[in-house]
Design a protein around this ligand. Structure first.
Ligand SMILES: Cc1cc2nc3c(=O)[nH]c(=O)nc-3n(C[C@H](O)[C@H](O)[C@H](O)COP(=O)(O)OP(=O)(O)OC[C@H]3O[C@@H](n4cnc5c(N)ncnc54)[C@H](O)[C@@H]3O)c2cc1C
Length: 385
């Protein structure tokens, strides 16, 4: 394919993206060949190795400042790394970049002790965490929490309640648990080996992800377990709008990368596969799948890259990131589906990359706020509702 319009917005960070891509090709693709055939989720030890190796090379948590152990990269570069991970088609590449188990923006608001003890090991890829926010009756409506945080006489805390759909809880070193205190929703740091914190059910996701139930059975915590030191909604949301946008744009970038990979795979197959005496790419119904996909991927990419630039400029508004995440995730679902159609039964067979992506990409329309919630954010910004 010719140079794409979005490459204009990618030019500034070409070198770092090329360097990441060659790391993926050189080290992660051969490692992925050793992945067990059964199961879609790479083993925890392999994910940990990839995370640490990538941190050593300066890719993992790259947008964190150098004093925290990051590489101080602009957000536009980080978004492009996530895109490159998705478009590589390598199942280990996403674990080379910080995600929901990595340095939480919440901890950037932590006390100096919390930054030293919890954030820095996350940035170095030496530790992982989980975020326990969702409850059985509080999903999209994330702050209608019933988990409670009561104050003890000595200034400490007692947490009680039930959390659900928590990623990485089975492997994390600590959890950031959001519970209702007198001052409002508050984030607490809870070590995973706390004797009163119990892992309940493990839910297996469509593409092998493991989500966990966490049971807080009178979890006693010291006073300094509150993220940022001050209880209340301000502390829990202290990372502000900017971090919500960053989280959504990273998901959007990964989606665009996956969609680009699926499109590339579809085009290659359509150029080779023959039916009725012709290459299938010559048929207009097949072209329709691929050309529509190209148009949608290019639009989603431009939107994501432009929003990332707004983040770096400090002028990002939450509805822009919501639009980008909505567009990119729904586009990726459609593009992977179309590429699978182009492949006929070949793409549907277990073990084919598109068969895996068809299941994997679906979660992107749920995490960091469902597509419907992104629309709620945009509608509000439009003065509706
Ligand atoms: C792969 C994966 C990883 C996750 N990881 C974590 C994690 O690490 N930590 C954590 O705390 N949670 C996690 N979650 C949970 C996730 O945050 C919730 O699933 C999500 O917020 C939606 O909540 P829900 O599933 O309860 O759906 P609900 O909120 O019950 O929504 C059900 C449906 O109603 C729609 N809806 C709800 N409200 C509105 C509205 N106002 N307007 C229009 N439509 C609406 C939703 O879009 C959805 O279609 C994860 C989920 C997945 C799938």
């Amino acid at each position: 394919m010719s140079t794409s319009p979005s490459s204009v917005l990618e030019a500034d960070h070409r070198e770092i993206v090329d360097s990441f891509t060659s790391f993926v090709r050189r080290e992660l693709v051969p490692l992925a060949a050793e992945l067990p055939e059964s199961g879609d989720l790479p083993p925890a030890e392999m994910r940990a190795y990839v995370r640490r190796r990538s941190a050593k090379l300066g890719f993992y948590a790259a947008d964190h400042p150098e004093e925290l152990g990051g590489s101080g990269m602009p957000f536009t570069a980080v978004v492009q790394l996530h895109h490159a991970a998705g478009s590589s088609g390598c199942p280990l590449a996403p674990y080379a970049l910080a995600g929901s188990d990595g340095p939480s923006p919440l901890l950037r608001q932590g006390t100096p002790e919390q930054i030293e003890r919890y954030l820095k090991p996350l940035v170095r890829g030496e530790a992982t965490r989980c975020l326990a926010l969702t409850e059985p009756n509080a999903g999209s409506d994330a702050f209608r929490l019933t988990s409670t945080a009561g104050r003890r006489d000595d200034g400490g805390w007692v947490l009680s309640g039930r959390k659900t759909f928590v990623s990485n809880a089975g492997h994390a070193d600590f959890a950031i648990v959001v519970a209702q205190a007198e001052a409002g929703a508050t984030a607490f740091i809870v070590p995973m080996d706390h004797p009163r914190l119990r892992i309940g059910q493990c839910y297996a996701g469509m593409s092998g992800e493991e989500l966990y139930e966490l049971i807080l059975d009178d979890v006693e915590l010291p006073a300094d377990a509150v993220v940022g030191g001050e209880p209340g909604i301000g502390a829990a949301l202290g990372h502000g709008i900017d971090s919500l946008s960053r989280g959504r744009l990273v998901v959007a970038a990964m989606c665009n990368g996956i969609a680009e990979y699926a499109l590339r795979t579809g085009v290659e197959y359509a150029r080779e596969r023959r039916a009725f005496g012709e290459r299938i790419g010559a048929y207009q119904h097949v072209q329709e799948h691929l050309v529509t996909s190209r148009a949608e991927v290019e639009a989603a990419k431009l939107l994501t890259l432009a929003c990332a630039r707004l983040v770096d400029d400090g002028t990002e508004a939450p509805e822009n990131a919501a639009l980008a995440k909505l567009t990119a995730s729904e586009t990726a679902v459609r593009v992977v589906d179309r590429a699978l159609r182009v492949h006929g039964a070949t793409g549907w067979v277990r073990g084919h990359p598109l068969e895996f992506l068809y299941r994997y990409v679906r979660m992107m329309t749920i995490i960091e706020g469902t597509s419907e919630i992104q629309k709620v954010i945009v509608a509000r910004a439009m003065g509706l509702g």
